[in-house]
Design a protein around this ligand. Structure first.
Ligand SMILES: Nc1ncnc2c1ncn2[C@@H]1O[C@H](COP(=O)(O)OP(=O)(O)OP(=O)(O)O)[C@@H](O)[C@H]1O
Ligand SMILES: [Mg+2]
Length: 278
């Protein structure tokens, strides 16, 4: 068998390319390095949950991935391209292929929900208004907030604002979603609603993602449940089963100290991980 027939017989090579790859990434601001020698990947279909204490560099890491910050050393690959030396213009079009849910949601108070969700689309004058309206309604329907279309963020609850932020991140059918602490500051019931949406994006759209969370409960829920489209809700996996494509990363003092499955996380002897879990 020659090479070309091997290639055509298997999946296209690009299928297995990581969506995100960090290679020995370091970054400092005015003091000691915030992140040092960080390497990991997010493969197609994967959900990676990033854990770590406050101030360890989780948000910085997400910003490096979409080029809002640049590493001092190392390489960041997004959709197979090394973006470390990309111009702002080149980064802009790559960013349009990913969705970011910023910490605290970060909606624009002076814009309606419609305009907040449409934000990326409005940048493109070629998309007619009716098309924008249709896609905003579709994204709002995904998060169960069709009725908020004309409202301003000030009249929404904290949980609703997060759901709008998720709709905004999903508007372009992104090839990657980055969630920065989407349940931070929310009560357990509202947090569960948000995690259900994260799960829906994972299991219905199969969008690879990187999720930062402080809440271990959220992480465990994501590992042990699947979204059931028939019931439009999350359903537990059979006892003892976990989603094999949902795995963990953990930062401590600027270093990546864990990269692996829930099972390995629960059984690691690493003192810091044990303390965090307890
Ligand atoms: N643009 C910046 N300029 C200077 N320092 C920064 C900048 N962004 C982040 N830092 C510093 O980098 C460190 C990591 O910040 P980061 O926001 O990534 O923490 P985090 O892990 O997301 O924390 P939290 O869990 O509280 O959200 C902090 O010490 C922060 O002050
Ligand atoms: Mg943060």
């Amino acid at each position: 068998m020659n090479v070309s027939s091997i290639l055509s017989a298997s999946e296209p090579l690009t299928e297995s390319l990581p969506v995100v790859e960090l290679r020995h990434v370091s970054i400092a601001f005015d003091g000691p390095p915030v992140l040092e020698d960080i390497s990991f990947t997010v493969a197609p279909g994967e959900t990676r949950i990033l854990l770590g204490p406050a101030g360890v560099g989780k948000s910085v890491l997400l910003k490096l991935i979409i080029g809002l910050l640049r590493p001092d050393r190392g390489h960041v690959l997004l959709f197979g391209d090394d973006i470390s030396e990309f111009s702002e213009e080149e980064l802009f079009s790559l960013r349009a292929r990913s969705g970011m849910v910023f910490q605290e949601g970060a909606l624009f108070d002076s814009l309606t929900v419609r305009d907040n969700v449409a934000y990326q689309l409005i940048q493109n004058p070629a998309i007619p208004d009716e098309e924008i309206d249709r896609r905003v309604r579709e994204a709002l329907s995904f998060v169960g907030l069709e009725k908020t279309f004309s409202l301003y963020p000030a009249s929404l609850s904290g949980g609703m604002r997060r759901r709008v932020a998720i709709a905004r991140a999903l508007i372009n059918n992104p090839e990657l979603i980055l969630y920065d602490s989407p349940t931070g500051g929310l009560d357990p019931v509202t947090s569960a609603t948000i995690m259900e949406l994260v799960m829906k994006a994972r299991d219905v759209h199969r969008t690879p993602s990187l999720l930062v969370t402080h809440r271990l409960q959220d992480a465990f829920t994501l590992c042990t449940h699947r979204f059931d489209p028939a019931g439009n809700t999350m359903a537990p996996l059979p006892q003892g089963e976990t989603d094999p494509a949902t795995t963990f990363l953990m930062l401590e003092e600027g270093r990546l100290i864990f990269d692996g499955s829930l099972h390995n996380l629960l059984h690691t002897d690493y003192k810091f991980v044990r303390e965090f879990l307890e």
